[in-house]
Design a protein around this ligand. Structure first.
Ligand SMILES: [Ca+2]
Ligand SMILES: [Ca+2]
Ligand SMILES: [Ca+2]
Ligand SMILES: [Ca+2]
Length: 338
């Protein structure tokens, strides 16, 4: 059954990491871009995700930018000849390090527009792992994210002042975290789930009160709601813990989901990989569905201790070809007669 609807806010909560990965997490495992296995709690139950190799890409690219406050998109009367637009914040391009803060970038001042923010609508819900910002050197900034799970803005990154780099007083636009390497990303201590980003300048003495930003990048992947049906055609999904054989699961296709775009080999039902898969229209709605067969006994093992009559929500995840992650779940009814 559909665990949550799209495109409304996802009731998905990041609750922690698998025990086996915690030591790796502590040693900043995101830098290695290897296994990222985490647990996610859905409104209807607990889902376990396995993120194999990283599918992260810059999810702000060409997303709409809103300027909240009074901004300058030219060099002004003092600096004629420069023009800019909000779109330069998410165009994927950095200006040359040291470019003047009014040189083709959007800029604003604390005096003219206290509390001004630059907001990026991500147009979806994303897991974000790392960030890069290019902004005026002699200011600290705050990069916040909108968490659709609880509707709150939260701090993603306190972007540091970069007035001096290795003891040298630099000028103009400088990239963080590393002014000398635009490709270096600030790795978040834990991934965040976000549908928007918000950027603002910090007041003096953390800045000179004149702000400019040329690029905000966030690396991660989109979360897509999938309609998952265990034992297609059956509303109750009894699972006999002693039964051998297979547990059939369907991911239902729709006008917004072409199931052939799912990497079926990456599918996981409660940590268990499918034995095999095929495509058929199980619910006869005209859209092909992905049907997968899981080993009953492997699923039972993954469940751990259960009692007769338990209703358990089994999380399902699979990567799509475009790097987004499909999430869903469905309930099974435990049959465990002595
Ligand atoms: Ca840019
Ligand atoms: Ca400086
Ligand atoms: Ca400044
Ligand atoms: Ca169908």
């Amino acid at each position: 059954m559909l665990a949550f609807s799209y495109p409304v806010a996802y009731p998905v909560v990041l609750v922690g990491f698998r025990t086996a990965d915690r030591s790796a997490l502590a040693s900043n495992w995101f830098k290695r871009y290897r296994i990222t296995q985490m647990k996610i709690t859905c409104m209807l139950g607990v889902a376990t995700l396995v993120l194999a190799t990283s599918h992260a890409s810059n999810v702000t690219l060409n997303k709409p930018v809103t300027l909240n406050g009074s901004f300058f998109t030219s060099g002004g009367t003092y600096y004629p000849g420069y023009t800019s637009s909000a779109a330069t914040v998410t165009d994927g391009l950095f200006v040359p390090a040291g470019t003047v803060w009014y040189g083709g970038t959007i800029w604003w001042t604390e005096g003219d527009s206290p509390g001004a923010t630059v907001e990026i609508d991500l147009q979806g819900t994303f897991t974000i792992e790392s960030l890069v910002v290019q902004a005026d050197d002699n200011d600290a900034y705050l990069l916040e994210y909108y968490d659709p799970q609880d509707g709150l803005w939260k701090t993603a990154w306190d972007v540091p002042n970069a007035d001096f780099v290795n003891g040298v007083n630099v000028f103009g636009m400088q990239t963080r975290p590393n002014p000398q390497d635009e490709t270096e990303q600030y790795i978040l201590p834990a991934p965040i789930i976000a549908s928007a980003l918000r950027f603002s300048g910090k007041v003096p003495p953390q800045s000179d009160g004149a702000f400019s930003v040329s690029e905000i990048q966030a690396y991660g992947y989109e979360l897509i709601a999938g309609d998952v049906d265990i034992k297609p055609g059956s509303d109750v999904n009894p699972l006999n813990v002693k039964a051998k054989g297979v547990l059939p699961v369907a991911v239902l296709g729709s006008d917004t989901l072409d199931v052939t775009s799912i990497d079926a080999s990456s599918a996981l039902l409660s940590d268990v990989s499918p034995l095999r898969w095929a495509y058929e229209d199980v619910n006869e709605d005209g859209f092909d569905d992905l049907t997968l067969k899981f080993s009953n006994q492997e699923v039972v093992t993954a469940l751990g201790p259960v009692a007769d009559g338990d209703l358990i929500d089994l999380p399902f995840s699979a990567w799509l070809e475009d790097g987004s992650l499909l999430l869903g779940s469905d309930k099974i009814w435990v049959i465990s007669k002595q």
